[in-house]
Design a protein around this ligand. Structure first.
Ligand code: NAP
Length: 258
């Protein structure tokens, strides 16, 4: 099979959470360019509908679905709708996220719960619905968005660090459980990507936005990451090029953790 065939997403259906913005949106665009049918899940309905419309106008096949990944009713029903509409789900990108830049002392219990729910429970809930479809189809690829802060600690981000470390180890556990179903499960661990989340962190910390971006670029490759840097890695992990890779995390951070 040629390298282009191995990278092709033609006839594949991908489900992306957090697809209205940032990394999820860049991944939706990239997979559409590679021929996939892209199912874009998010809670930001206006941005998601607009983005799916733009992908359609550019010749792609994308559809937006409202899905709060913390809500079992929604993570239960949306995949069923997708299966009715498109007949299959080949790739699941569990990517929705939020961040509270607070220490244990400052963080409220509801903020703790929300961070853990969006990240850890969200991955669990949607995977629980979609894995049975993948098993019926004979396999699939799941990619979870971790973080550099799932592999090391960071300041004033205690719930986020806990959630992302949870995702990194869930990824290993899911890979062990579902390898026999021909389902590969991997994580991408980005560091400082130029998305609304990174700018929101500067605001939460009361820091000047452009100074914060400069500090974030202080890493071996001397720049902040772009959403496409992560999307390219997700494409690799979804494609046949990574067919012998499961249960691992790929750090995408310009060398920040080096
Ligand atoms: P982003 O631009 O803020 O995108 C995140 C998207 O997830 C937003 O559209 C957000 O909607 C949505 N979302 C939030 N809660 C949700 C829920 N309960 N159900 C469904 N969707 C929900 O941020 P991003 O940087 O692309 O983040 C994507 C992933 O990368 C996250 O998991 C994040 O933790 C991770 N990450 C980012 C960086 C970075 O530097 N940017 C670094 C490491 C890891 P709202 O806007 O309405 O909240």
């Amino acid at each position: 099979m040629s390298i282009m065939d191995q990278l092709s997403m033609k006839d594949k259906v991908i489900v992306i959470t957090g697809a209205s913005s940032g990394i999820g949106l860049a991944t939706a665009r990239l997979f559409s360019e590679c021929g996939a049918t892209v199912c874009m899940l998010d809670i930001n309905d206006a941005a998601g509908e607009e983005a799916a419309g733009q992908i359609g106008e550019a010749g792609g096949n994308a559809k937006y679905y409202h899905c709060d990944v913390t809500q079992k009713t929604e993570t239960g029903s949306v995949p069923d709708t997708i299966i009715q509409e498109f007949g299959r789900i080949d790739v699941l990108f569990n990517n929705a996220g939020i961040i509270s830049r607070k220490s244990v002392l400052d963080l409220e219990e509801n903020e703790w719960d929300m961070t853990i729910n969006v990240h850890v429970k969200g991955v669990y809930l949607l995977s629980k619905t979609i894995i049975p479809y993948m098993i019926k189809m004979g396999g699939g690829s799941i990619i979870n968005t971790g973080s550099g802060w799932g592999l090391k600690g960071g300041p004033n981000a205690v719930s986020y660090c806990a959630a992302k470390a949870g995702i990194v180890n869930m990824t290993r556990a899911m890979a062990i459980d579902h390898g026999r179903h021909n389902i590969r499960v991997n994580a991408v661990c980005p560091g400082d990507i130029d998305t609304p989340m990174l700018h929101d962190e500067a605001a939460q910390l009361g820091e000047d936005d452009s100074e914060y971006m400069k500090e974030s670029a202080n890493r071996p490759l001397r720049r902040v990451g772009q959403p496409i840097d992560v999307a390219n890695t997700v494409l690799f992990l979804a494609s046949d090029l990574s067919s012998w890779i499961t249960g691992t995390s790929i750090v995408v951070d310009g060398g920040g953790l080096a």
